[in-house]
Design a protein around this ligand. Sequence first.
Ligand code: SF4
Length: 229
Amino acid sequence: MKDKGFDILSYVEYLRSQGVDFIPLPSVKNQRKFMRSVETGTEDLKKGQLEDLRRELGECRRCRLHETRTNVVFGEGNPDAAVVFVGEAPGEEEDRTGRPFVGRAGQLLTRMIEAMTLKRDKVYICNVLKCRPPDNRDPLPDEVSTCFPFLKRQLEIIRPRVVVTLGKHALKVLTGERAGVTTVHGRWYNNMGMRILPTFHPAFLLRYPSMKRAAWDDLKKVMKELGLK
Ligand code: SF4
């Protein structure tokens, strides 16, 4: 379950910012309806905050990658997701469409999400870098440090219960871990007030299918943390 205490606080802060200083308590009979409206309100609030952040990012030219990209790939999914998947950077198909994880690796990620008994539109998916590096080369440190504040704010808005890092770059930027994914996958980290679990990037799993079993064991830990069967 999501942390409803935090969600309610966010919603009350939002109402206060809109000038509301009195909330009538519902009757016991209507409490469930009230909780549903609070949750919907929180989702709407987060959706609006993500849209504001996307507008702020704009047609970003903060690093050199703007010169070669076609589209900024901000991220997509449920603004109130319990789990966020963070990859490295858009690939060719993502750059073309402006959507994260839609190529072959993305199709595998979708199947991994569904194997967790989740739906793709119920989670949130994004990358460390919002623009494709030329020829899918590794992100450079200054590109990561320039783009990272937007990922950080995405996560601060969504406040998921779990972040799953896909591959070495997301692992490093979100945990500071310098060891490789092969060494530390499936190990829990706590950072930025979030539980973070590293696993393999789906593109790596396409190249090394024998590692899918290990990735699935990692995802089962996430399912356990989220109370999924
Ligand atoms: S990678 Fe990030 S910082 Fe660089 S141009 Fe794209 S959105 Fe801006």
